[in-house]
Design a protein around this ligand. Structure first.
Ligand code: 5GP
Length: 210
């Protein structure tokens, strides 16, 4: 079967718990590589350069765009966010499933460019729960929370563009569901064309003897 890694995008409303889910997935399984994005937003408390993001000035980010160093980029709540290309390609070639934790515009651009990308959308069980999580996180001002909820409303129109919707209600179950989804995806027929061709060719030998 194919040993090339799968490019997996995990998106979801801001406050859906993507960060926690992705961290847990990485902690539990070693067959995933997490892409670290570049951004022009300021670091939150506890965020480290090169671990959570590569923090860039506008000029530095625009140079990365000009150098074609990003697979995709998007502007989200007044800041640039983008996926550096080199790391992703290297990990996929090494057979790792690469996880991109990115927002919707970027996700759709990646799918357009690489149609075999698996798009996963993570959502809390309800809109009310989303609002509570954003408020309780306590890292954003009321104004930013409002912006993020409006953005979530807009994003909800595009949820059906994703391959899989996963409800993040229970962390462990959610992580397992994502892991199982990605592992099953390795068996997709379109990812195993060579295997199918080999079986077909070998069967031809046997069929000759009929
Ligand atoms: P935050 O500021 O909360 O870390 O991230 C804001 C949004 O940007 C999240 O939805 C996150 O998934 C998304 N994001 C992070 N990195 C990237 C990236 O490289 N590209 C795109 N398109 N979105 C990203």
């Amino acid at each position: 079967m194919s040993d090339r890694g799968i490019l997996v995008v995990i998106s979801g409303f801001s406050g859906a718990g993507k960060g926690t889910v992705v961290n847990k997935l990485m902690e539990k399984y070693d067959n995933y590589a997490l892409s670290v994005s570049a951004t022009t937003r300021v670091p939150r408390q506890g965020e480290e350069e090169g671990v959570h993001y590569f923090f860039k000035s506008n000029e530095e980010f625009e140079n990365m765009i000009a150098d074609d160093a990003l697979i995709e980029y998007a502007c989200y709540v007044n800041h640039y966010y983008g996926t550096p290309k080199a790391y992703v390609e290297k990990q996929l070639n090494m057979g790792k499933d690469v996880i991109l934790e990115i927002e919707l515009q970027g996700a759709l651009k990646v799918k357009d460019k690489f149609p075999d990308t698996l798009l996963i959308f993570l959502t809390p069980p309800s809109a009310q729960e989303l609002k509570s999580r954003l408020v309780n996180r306590g890292t954003e001002t009321d104004e930013v929370i409002e912006q993020r909820l409006s953005r979530a409303y807009e994003e909800s129109f595009y949820m059906d563009k994703y391959d899989i919707i996963i409800v993040n209600d229970n962390l462990e179950q959610c992580v397992e569901q994502i892991h199982n989804t990605i592992q099953c995806e390795h068996a997709a027929a379109f990812r195993n064309k060579e295997f199918i061709e080999t079986i077909n060719k070998d069967l031809k030998q046997f069929a000759k003897g009929e």
